[in-house]
Write a protein that binds this ligand. Structure first.
Ligand code: PLP
Length: 402
């Protein structure tokens, strides 16, 4: 029998739906198809100008070589200050690491810790990559359904029930992609209390959307509430979303020195270090004035209102008003089984996503990619005009489903 070149590991994962959606949409746009893109996973605002100046300067000053694998001392010092200033958490220099995006650090943390069969508890809906990266490294993704009525938040009793001797990690993401939920202090305290009773469990807390909170929702960093768990918490963050710097590929994490050293070992064998210019840019973003963040959050809050108002006009869908992030996650269950244009029957969530794109030019991502179906994720990170036109096309589409 002919042997396959591909590893069994590769077969355990799927391409990221949001990354693929971006590819497909750019192909369609090149063919001049009018597309309203509600899949966008990155802010449309540009990085602040002082960040761009810093990159030019860094290039001219010859900061064009490898850096230490865990990041330049200057950037790590800026990250230390950021954690103190924004999150009230103190990390020592050996407790910080920089990666090529938050995604790389999450990937490397799982690579550094998971043995075959280790369990990782992931509340659903979840950001696609947690699930697939756990599987990539032979771990078992134990997903817990979190209901819309409960704000898509993990309930302490459900967490308690899911814990076994093999549980190694709990993954928390606040504000959450895709649901938009933001965990409050008492909710985090209840979950942390359970974690503290099980010493085999570590927690990855992905706080990459921390600044995007609306209607008075308050972001609280999990590690700030649990100094006694600091040796078991890996706090993930980055500059991609906050400063519109997704292409710079800089993420970072604070956590126990031993785990950070393990992550560093793997980085020395994979990317060696994150881009030197990206690191110079990230340092300028973290150290510089933060007024662009405030302005961008205000702009996102307006787009959230806009999309919310338009979605309210669609009958029959259940909407969770996001407290943070930049997505709506809507329940489209009542529309399955109905007929649309040319008598097409919408038999599944996937069929609905394809139908909306084909017939109305509206690009969305199906909830199954986030472990929760039948839902659609709709982004309000794009330009206002596109959000408006996309939501209006969605309303027409749902109105015409009988
Ligand atoms: N975590 C969450 C919840 C995200 O939504 C994303 C990007 O979509 C990331 C991490 C990855 O961020 P980065 O660009 O820093 O790799």
């Amino acid at each position: 029998m002919k042997q396959s070149i591909y590893s069994a590991r590769l077969r355990r994962i799927r391409p990221s739906a949001s990354v693929m959606a971006k590819e497909i949409i750019s192909q369609l746009k090149k063919q001049n198809r009018p597309i309203f893109d509600l899949t966008i996973g990155e802010p449309s605002f540009e990085p602040p100008s002082h960040v761009l100046d810093a990159v030019t300067r860094a290039m001219r000053e010859g900061k064009t070589k490898y850096t230490p694998p865990r990041g330049t001392p200057e950037l790590r010092s800026a990250i230390r200050e950021k954690f103190l200033r924004d999150n009230h958490v103190e990390y020592q220099p050996d407790e910080l690491v920089v990666g090529s995006g938050a995604k790389q650090i999450i990937d490397t943390a799982f690579a550094a810790t998971l043995n075959s069969g280790d369990e990782v508890i992931i509340p659903a809906p979840y950001w696609i990559s947690y699930h697939d990266l756990v599987r990539l490294y032979g771990g078992r993704a134990v997903t817990i359904d979190c209901k819309l009525e409960q704000g898509f938040k993990l309930q302490p009793d459900d967490l308690q029930r899911a814990i076994t001797k093999r549980t190694k990690w709990l993954v928390l993401n606040t504000p959450n992609n895709p649901s938009g939920s933001v965990y409050g202090k008492t909710e985090l305290e209840a979950l942390g209390q359970i974690v503290s009773e099980h010493e085999q469990i570590w927690v990855i807390v992905d706080e990459i959307y921390e600044h995007f909170c609306y209607d008075g929702a308050e972001f609280i960093s999990f590690a700030s509430l649990f100094p006694r768990l600091r040796d078991r918490i890996l706090t993930i963050n980055g500059v991609s979303k906050t400063y519109g710097m997704t292409g710079f590929r800089i993420g970072f994490a604070g956590g126990p020195a031993g785990l950070i050293a393990g992550i560093e070992t793997l980085l020395t064998q994979s990317t060696s270090c994150a881009s030197s210019l990206g690191q110079a840019a990230a340092m300028a973003a973290l150290n510089g004035p933060q007024d662009s963040v405030t302005a961008n959050v205000a702009d996102l809050a307006e787009k959230r209102e806009l999309l919310s108002g338009l979605l309210q006009k669609i009958g029959g869908i259940r909407i969770f008003q996001p407290e943070g992030g930049f997505y709506f996650f809507i329940d489209v269950g009542p529309y399955l089984g109905r007929k649309g244009r040319r008598g097409v029957k919408i038999t599944s969530e996937g069929a609905l996503v394809a139908y909306l794109l084909r017939e109305y030019g509206v690009a969305t991502i199906g909830g199954a990619n986030y472990g929760c179906s039948p839902y659609l994720r709709l982004s309000f990170a794009g330009p206002k005009k596109e959000i408006q036109a996309g939501a209006e096309a969605l309303r027409r589409a749902f109105d015409e489903l009988r």
